[in-house]
Design a protein around this ligand. Sequence first.
Ligand code: ADP
Length: 251
Amino acid sequence: MTILETRELTKYYGTGENQVRALDGVNLKVQAGEFLAIVGTSGSGKSTLLRCIHGLETVDDGAVYMDGELMDPADKAKYREQRNRMGFVFQHFNLFPNKTVLDNCTLAQMTVLKRSREEAEKTALEYLDKVGLLDKKDSYPNQLSGGQKQRVAIARALCMNPDMMLFDEPTSALDPEMIKEVLEVMKDLGRQGMTMIVVTHEMGFARHVANRVLFLDQGHLVEEGDSEAFFTNPKSERAKDFLSKVFYDAQ
Ligand code: ADP
């Protein structure tokens, strides 16, 4: 079942001579329960694609559909509901520094979903447990490691009971020894059936955990396919060139 679709999604930044076409007619279908990795060189439009899907950026042309229904910013109430079905995890966590881990996880539940504090805390504790951070519930973000902050950010997104999770380079800001703990949480989520769309530079993760890989280049969706096939037998020259650059070859 297709849960999310983009049709001819196009996005420009800037004007005149300085205009950049960050996305150029991207057509994409995501199936419910799928684990999708988006890869490509820096500046290829990966982040923009994710941000346009979530409505963090306006779209210049084309559109996003959820369960076959148009996501139309002009239809405010419906659009809000559709956006609330997606959890978004940022590279730089975006936690509130002056709030405890627990409060970070309850705030949006109470303001957006109108849950009582009791109900919101119950849900927050459940998801903090799931990401292995129940014992940090009363800590503040600056008392946590980068990996722990990112796991809190994931728990916070899960508290909203989304149908799909979008990750924008979730491990890029982390020290190397903290990357795995975050990837493990993401892998578990995928195994439990969450629909996952992940922009990542972690090629081992994309290859072994994702079901499908999308390769973007200069705003174009150049290639997509089964992740193992993409890494072992890329079809396009651009994907071959990309893979030859990202994998260290000792010879
Ligand atoms: P990626 O995530 O693959 O690194 P991005 O989606 O961040 O790529 O960027 C795609 C293109 O759009 C790049 O050329 C980038 O410089 C440009 N871009 C991204 N965000 C902005 C912005 N806010 N203003 C101007 N240009 C931007």
